[in-house]
Design a protein around this ligand. Sequence first.
Ligand SMILES: *Cc1c(COP(=O)(O)O)cnc(C)c1O
Length: 386
Amino acid sequence: MGRGIETKCIYGDSAKFEGEQTGSISFPIYQTATFAHPAVGQSTGYDYSRMQNPTRQQLEQVVASLEGGVDALAFSSGMAAMTALMELFQPGDHIITDSDLYGGSIRLFRSISRKNGISFSHIDCSMENVELSIRENTRAILIETPTNPMMNVIDIRSMAEAAKRHGLLLIVDNTFLSPYFQKPLTLGADIVLHSGTKFLGGHNDTLAGFLVTGSPEVSEQLRFIIKTVGSGLAPFDSWLILRGIKTLPVRMERAQENARAIVDFLSGEPRVRMVRYPGIPGTRAYEICRRQASGFGSMITFEVESRELALHILKNTRLIPFAESLGGVETLLTYPTTQTHADVPLEVRQRNGITDRVLRLSVGIETKEDLILDLKQAMDSFEASV
Ligand SMILES: *Cc1c(COP(=O)(O)O)cnc(C)c1O
């Protein structure tokens, strides 16, 4: 039997920190751009930090181990990982994506990948719709699940079946649940993408991104891309993410517990019209999520009764900052329509239900009663102000 995930978060799969002679418990930060060679034609295994650096390599081994991949590559941000991923494709290639995606990914596809000759179909990723959208030049299916921000859940196994049947790559952005709750490679995905800025880093203090794969061929292609385009993660940032990952399991559990309490509170609030969280029994999202993940995470999207109330809440929370991003120890409140999804065309936003009454909460690990009291006072003070 392999190691448990909590152990992997601290050590990965390696026995000890190989090559580390001092006994340092914390993996060292190799803050160097280049490495001396013993002689012509010889290498210590490291030549130049754009290609590889021991601190980045340690982080990559831990992330590969968590996702059950043969290789993981660490990039300077989630978008740098997505940009490198697009280099796997050629002009003329077609990619099927879900229509509810991180806004930055949609901006990349529309403004840069399209210019490079790659075309996209943004669809609601049910098996039937995917089959209907496959063309002769389709190369990949790219999904996020749960989706950002509407918390729809896509069946990863059925997407993997469709991808296998047509010889496509299945790419899953696993940022929202992290490998602690969901491991898409074990469900048939070919490549997992992460914004490591979010749950993996966990402290809202560092940007990072990952591509993880179970295929040695894809790994070889991605290794060529990362050393060529030069978007690998810096040594100090690699160390910060390594440090963050050590507490991933305890943070994920605690944030989920807080999220459940907040979902209960919001569901009982008359001014809240809709709560989207995959852990609410009786929904389709719940049934699929239960089969493919070991938890429901700590992201909640909810709709309040008016735009004015949404704006009032954003301005009047005392503890919870109004800020983009997610997955950190601090609870953050986001307004998707003007922040994360501002660059998504209006008709797509409307179709997905991202109205100006929708707020997104990334629940952190504070005392849950404090979070609920803060949301409650922000809503109650609206009553008083009108
Ligand atoms: C934040 C995010 C990204 C982009 O990652 P950055 O680290 O901000 O570049 C991609 N996908 C999802 C789901 C995200 O939340």
